[in-house]
Structures are given as structure tokens and as C-alpha cells.
Design a binder for this molecule. Structure first.
Ligand code: SAM
Length: 206
């Protein structure tokens, strides 16, 4: 058995094992296919990206395509809540900065001395999360992404469409049938935020 095949089997087993114990957090029985990973990564305008984050990196199915596509000086932040997967990511991607929880995204970006992210890629299973957590994560994403920056997220349903369209222009939703389960790639561009100070109140106009 080749090393590549052995690793792929190990990744699938690790994923399945953790899905069994934490289905809501993991969201899928198997890592994303190369077709889904390629579809996500090909949407990124790499020549304009200095800072990018991948949320819910798992065992690195999309991360390895990011590594191939990113410019040499692009700073990549990875977030993965599962401690075993996070440990694997640290070993496999020593040039990327690895963190645990996307709820800390804003604090991490600040600590890294990054003003704003140019792009965010997400494999987070929003569908499984309670609304309070979805709101918190979207808040972290919109707070750290620059105006007109791209948020590229895959989902297994179109359930997040309404919430995303409040903060983003939904430029495209691409269907990827060759994935388990078949997935939708949302290509979302952050709307410009114009702060208005009206009668001492800070209102946000979009
Ligand atoms: C559907 S899997 C996608 C994994 C990988 N990106 C892929 O495409 O194979 C979702 C991943 O998000 C992770 N996750 C869930 N909540 C998270 C959070 N708050 N912060 C970081 N990662 C999280 C899960 O542990 C899981 O590995």
C-alpha cells in the first residue's frame, strides 16, 4: 500500500470515528472530495490575497489545495475544533498558523497583527448549529473580513441562504454532486458597512 493511500484511509477513519461521537460538530461522515476542494479553492483570487482563514479545516482535505494554490507570502490561518484533527493539521501544515475555535477568530486576527482578512473559506456545518452559535460565527466572520472580501463556504443544504444574504452579496451558488453528501459552494462577497451616527446611536447602513 502506498503512503498516500494509507494516509487517505487514516483520514477517513479519523473522520468517521469523530463523526460517531460528535455528529453535530463534524457534520459529515467523510472528508470533502477533491472535486469540492477544487471548486472552493478555484473561487479565490489568489493574487489579491495576503491573509486568508480556513474555518473547520478537519483533516485538511481543502487545506492541501490551499497550500498548492496560495502565493508564497500568503498568511494562512486554520481553525479546527477537534483536538485530534488540530494536532494532525499542525504536523501536516507547519507553515500555517493553527487555532482551535472559530468563535475566537476576531481575537486571533488581532493577536496576529492582521488588520483584516482578504478571504475566508469555510467547511463549518452551520446547518447543525443552534441559531445563537450561527449568529456568533457570522459576527466573527463579518468583523474580520474586509469590505468586498470573499466568504466561500460549502454547505449540504441551502438553509443558510437567507442569513448570508443579509451580510453578503451571494455571487454564486455552485452545486458539487461528486461529494458525500453532494454539496453547495456559496461564493459570498461582503457588503460594505457604512456606519452612521444618528442622534448618538451607532447604526449600520448596508
Ligand atoms: C464538514 S467538516 C469539514 C472538514 C474539512 N474542511 C473537509 O472539507 O473535509 C466540519 C469541520 O468543522 C469543525 N468545526 C465545527 N465547529 C467548529 C468551530 N467552532 N471552530 C472550528 N472548527 C469547527 C469540525 O470539527 C469539522 O472538522
Amino acid at each position: 500500500m502506498t503512503m498516500g493511500l494509507k494516509r487517505a484511509i487514516q483520514e477517513k477513519l479519523l473522520f468517521l470515528y469523530h463523526f460517531f461521537y460528535k455528529p453535530g460538530q463534524i457534520g459529515s461522515v467523510t472528508p470533502s472530495s477533491k472535486y469540492l476542494a477544487q471548486k472552493m479553492v478555484e473561487c479565490v483570487p489568489w493574487h489579491e490575497v495576503n491573509y486568508i482563514a480556513e474555518l473547520g479545516a478537519g483533516t485538511g482535505a481543502i487545506t492541501k489545495h490551499i497550500r498548492t494554490a496560495a502565493q508564497r507570502n500568503t498568511k494562512v490561518l486554520l481553525f479546527e475544533k477537534d483536538p485530534h484533527m488540530l494536532k494532525t493539521l499542525k504536523v501536516e501544515f507547519p507553515n500555517f498558523s493553527c487555532y482551535k475555535n472559530t468563535t475566537e477568530l476576531q481575537a486571533v486576527v488581532y493577536e496576529e497583527g492582521i488588520e483584516q482578512l482578504d478571504c475566508i473559506i469555510s467547511g463549518l456545518p452551520f446547518f447543525n448549529f443552534p441559531q445563537t452559535l450561527r449568529d456568533k460565527l457570522i459576527e466573527q466572520i463579518t468583523a474580520t473580513l474586509k469590505d468586498n472580501g470573499l466568504f466561500i463556504a460549502f454547505q449540504y443544504s441551502q438553509q443558510m441562504k437567507k442569513q448570508l444574504s443579509y451580510h453578503f452579496h451571494l455571487e454564486e451558488i455552485k452545486f458539487v454532486p461528486l461529494n458525500v453528501p453532494p454539496a453547495f459552494v456559496y461564493v459570498c462577497r461582503k457588503k460594505e458597512q457604512k456606519s452612521l451616527f444618528v442622534a448618538g446611536l451607532n447604526k449600520t447602513e448596508q
